[in-house]
Design a binder for this molecule. Structure first.
Ligand code: SF4
Ligand code: SF4
Length: 426
């Protein structure tokens, strides 16, 4: 039977056949836990992908629906004893659906198109940021939220509800070179990221300050743009490659590491070798590190912070990059900080790139469960290394009227760094 997939980046047959249908992944899958439907489990989705690959089904809107509902969180990959590369199979299949123009019924493509058009373009992001600041400062946001004026537009409403209080100033004020302090270890590049640089520029500033304190010279290339992670997860493989290649070229080749503080970006960067043929992309991907992987190796002079915190694992860090112990080890190094484990910490919060905007009901349910677990820990500060998770958890805690401080690990480490405000930027 003829495959339903075309010859451009089809999902790997070996990968699909690796699934032995054992079901071990099912309890780890957030959508299966909520819906208890086989076709909304990893095993069911793999069955659909394999049926399409073997020509036993067409690419149908129903098939697209089950794949759209997948968060791409890759918790199933961590659980799977057979090594099924679920993330790559999903992204390749989404690419096939995208090219074939097959859409799930009621799929929210408008918001997806808007966000994918915004993020790769710094000029558009700057305009958007100015407009959003005006929206907040004039009191329009308070009126829109208070009167629930966006209620008829559920995806726009979901997008608006994520908007944090915007920082004053520009996107990034980081110099192109931040010198190392103390004995110099080497040179690293810093990815500033689209969402991070717009909504959390202080996280980038703290990242550079901590790296510098750890002995690294930090190169922040001015010409870097979007890494394409959102495009990759949405199956827009041609657009993704069009962004990834110039990003690789923007970083000097003599760096020891390329550091990111956004788990979604880091996970995509580490897979450049798979999606972009050529030695240059492979070498680049091999140098990519999450900020916690680099800092955990460093001696940082940290002063006491008497605070109780809990830690949420971003999916693209814990499942996509297998970075689990490093953020916890770093937090435990802060004197007097008490870290309490969060039950179901590895379960997705519903953010998943722009999933929370495209699938607001499922994302809302997962966020509700996540904030409930956080409340049960007794901590009033939650830490997580991905801007999407920070926005999602903050939004849900606001909705619940629960006062919660939501921080990136570098924000806490930055507070504890024993040099006062010296060297702070942004
Ligand atoms: S990626 Fe996440 S949501 Fe999708 S099937 Fe795997 S565990 Fe479930
Ligand atoms: S994906 Fe892995 S864990 Fe899940 S059913 Fe298949 S073999 Fe089992």
């Amino acid at each position: 039977m003829k495959s339903a997939f075309d010859a451009t980046d089809p999902p790997s047959m070996d990968g699909l056949r690796a699934c032995v249908h054992c079901g071990i992944c099912l309890p780890q899958c957030p959508t299966y836990r909520v819906l208890e439907e086989e076709m909304d489990s990893p095993r069911g989705r793999l069955y659909l992908m394999r049926a399409a690959a073997e020509g036993r089904t067409e690419l149908t809107p129903q098939l697209a629906h089950h794949l759209d509902l997948c968060l791409g969180c890759r918790a199933c990959e961590t659980a799977c004893p057979s090594g099924v590369p679920f993330g790559q199979l999903l992204e390749a299949t989404r690419g096939q659906l995208e090219r074939a123009g097959v859409r799930a019924p009621g799929a929210g493509r408008g918001v997806l198109r808007l966000l994918l058009a915004l993020f790769p373009r710094p000029d558009r992001l700057r305009v958007m940021l100015r407009a959003l600041r005006l929206y907040q400062r004039t009191g329009l946001q308070a009126a829109v939220r208070g009167l629930d004026l966006l209620a008829p537009f559920k995806r726009l409403r979901a997008l608006e509800s994520l908007l944090p209080s915007l920082p004053a100033g520009g996107r990034d004020t980081l110099p192109e070179i931040t010198p190392a302090r103390g004995p110099r270890k080497g040179r690293v590049g810093l990815l500033t990221g689209c969402v991070q640089s717009v909504f959390f520029p202080h996280v980038n500033a703290e990242t550079a300050r901590l790296l510098s304190a750890a002995g690294w010279e930090v190169v922040t290339p001015r010409e870097q743009e979007c890494c394409g992670a959102l495009h990759l997860h949405a199956g827009r493989l041609a657009d993704f490659r069009g962004l990834a290649r110039p990003l690789v070229a923007a970083f000097p080749p003599d760096l020891d590491f390329v550091v990111t503080n956004a788990a979604g970006c880091g996970s995509a960067l580490k897979e450049y070798g798979h999606w972009l043929p050529g030695a240059e992309a492979e070498m680049f991907a091999a140098k990519v590190r999450d900020i916690t992987e680099v800092l955990v190796e460093a001696e940082l002079p940290l002063q006491p912070l008497p605070v109780t915190v809990t830690y949420h694992d971003p999916c693209h860090l814990v499942h996509g990059q297998r970075v689990r112990s490093q953020p916890r080890a770093l937090l435990r190094r802060i004197p007097e900080l008490r870290l309490v484990e969060l039950p179901d910490s590895e379960l997705c919060c519903g953010s998943a790139g722009i999933y929370n905007v495209q699938q607001p009901e499922m994302a809302g349910e997962l966020a509700r469960r996540k904030v409930e677990r956080i409340r049960e820990t007794g901590a009033r500060t939650v830490v997580s290394g991905n801007p999407g998770c920070l926005l999602q958890i903050a939004q849900e805690s606001r909705r619940q009227g629960f006062e919660l401080e939501v921080l990136h690990p570098v924000e806490l480490l930055g507070r504890a760094l024993r040099d006062g405000g010296e060297g702070r930027q942004g």
